[in-house]
Design a protein around this ligand. Sequence first.
Ligand code: SIN
Length: 340
Amino acid sequence: MPSPAPESSQQVLIIATGGTIAGTAASATDNVGYSAAQLTADVLVAAVPALAGLPIQTVQLAQLDSKDAGPALWQPLVATLVRQLSRADVAGIVITHGTDTLEETAALLQRVLAPGKPVVLSAAMRPATSLQADGPQNLLDAVAVARTPGARGVLVVLAGRVHAADAMRKQDAYRLDAFDSAPAGPVALVEEGLMTPLRPWPEGGSAGGSPDGSVAPATESKRLTLLNAVLRRDPAHWPRVAWITSHAGFDAALVDAAVAAGFQGLVLAGTGNGSLHAELEAAAERAQQAGVALRLATRCASGRVVGQVGRRLEVGRGSGPAQARVHLVLDLLLDGPPHP
Ligand code: SIN
């Protein structure tokens, strides 16, 4: 059943990090030659008249094209979220972000925070100056989701669809409706401010809300250990994990070079259901024997590796290699030796 956006006096905090949603071009018909990350959070909010009068606070945390995202963004973002989620007067949080590495940031935040309140990533496929600008509507929809009672977890809102962090993938380079979730589809729709829930919200622990019982105490304790590691480890010294795609004519020198360079993990994006070129298979075996952690994913645009026969590789978490890489970084951060 659709539910109207609630009347709430609680704040929505908008944390801006850059992206196309804050991008500008010299002309309204230029949808590709623009500069991402130009406009501030306050300018983005002011461009949406329907947000006027709502209790909204803004924080300009970063201003970057998300292709350049990584631990140097994630660590202060997590620290800010921990602080802000604990505020009783905050109903939910919106993060404006580029679409290009939204999968990675969303997967990391869900695993590390599993928030009991909604943390909604909002983005756009067109710059703010475009005739087709989709940022203002996406931002309005994200705020509606962030104010929805009972919503929780890390969510991504684009083109009227609400996706769960680990299920979502950017599947199109240009279309406004660039994201999809597999296999079950989005968790909700948001249309003209009306929420239509389709599936349960992602699991939410105690970060910024009461535990709802969906997270086992052992899982919660592991999450807190991971959160501590994320907040403490110098961003320049997070585990090094490469993502290598199997392809026709594969040259194993790439894998051997990664091992020699000290990479601690490799995500192998196989063809189809995770099959690897024989050269890659052999090099992966050598890497594993040298102590490198491996995870398997598929290079297909959707779907996950299922039912490997006779293979010893662990399948990566999340819907694709982007999430699998972040999860392997976090696994190594959790299990690896302490680092200054
Ligand atoms: C970015 O990811 O920051 C630029 C591209 C986009 O937001 O679509």
